[in-house]
Design a protein around this ligand. Structure first.
Ligand SMILES: [Zn+2]
Length: 212
């Protein structure tokens, strides 16, 4: 695991934020603000639930958890999603996503059980559930950016990826994980040779140099 030490929580958050379609509209000096604040929001949301069992919380809130094989229908590789209607509250977890991560973890000799990976998915989606339920979306709580401006005419927008940053940090915190959940996505890409370790390293280094 030493070889992936350069992927700190902050770097992983930056890499995730970098995937936002509006990333280039964020003033460089504000990038750290979005990372720090999104992570703070996720972590502080987890405080309330510390030391409680995730599945029991969901049961108490009458949220059903459904495990589906995969989300082929939409031809997307989703890890999970939430369905939220008044009398219909569901978290859907995709088994192929759990399997995918679990296989990678084994190859890297992580001592995690499949149940732990399942809990990671659950915690992540539960954060999105809370955002929805409380009408407290992470991106809405953070400063808007200007995407377009001509004279006094300005169009503002929010940074959607901050929801993902917060969900990861919520997940890490509520489950007391030693590793940032986003790390597993990159481990998967490495194992599948989608990216080489050198490429990943230089990508992370360049991003950090520029924004952190
Ligand atoms: Zn998410």
């Amino acid at each position: 695991m030493k070889e992936l030490e350069f992927l700190s929580d902050e770097v992983l958050s930056l890499m995730e934020l970098r995937e936002d379609v509006l990333f280039n509209k964020i003033p460089k000096e504000d990038v750290k603000y979005y990372i720090d604040e999104a992570n703070r929001i996720g972590k502080s949301s987890a405080e309330v639930f510390k030391n409680s069992n995730l599945e029991e919380i969901l049961k108490a809130k009458c949220i059903d958890v459904i495990i589906k094989e995969s989300c082929e229908v939409r031809k997307l590789s989703l890890r999970g999603e939430i369905i939220f209607e008044d009398d219909n509250k569901k978290i859907i977890i995709y088994k192929d996503s759990i399997d995918q991560i679990y296989e990678v973890l084994k190859e890297y000799n992580f001592s995690l059980e499949e149940q732990d990976v399942y809990n990671m998915h659950l915690a992540h989606e539960f954060y999105h559930y809370l955002e929805y339920k409380n009408k407290a979306y992470t991106n809405d709580m953070l400063n808007k950016i200007t995407v377009f401006s001509i004279g006094p005419l300005k169009r503002k927008a929010t940074i959607l990826k901050t929801r993902e940053l917060a969900a990861h940090s919520f997940c890490k915190s509520i489950l007391g994980l030693e590793f940032h959940p986003k790390l597993f996505d990159y481990m998967y890409l490495l194992k599948n040779n989608t990216i080489s370790l050198e490429e990943l390293k230089s990508y992370a280094e360049n991003l950090s140099k520029e924004y952190l």
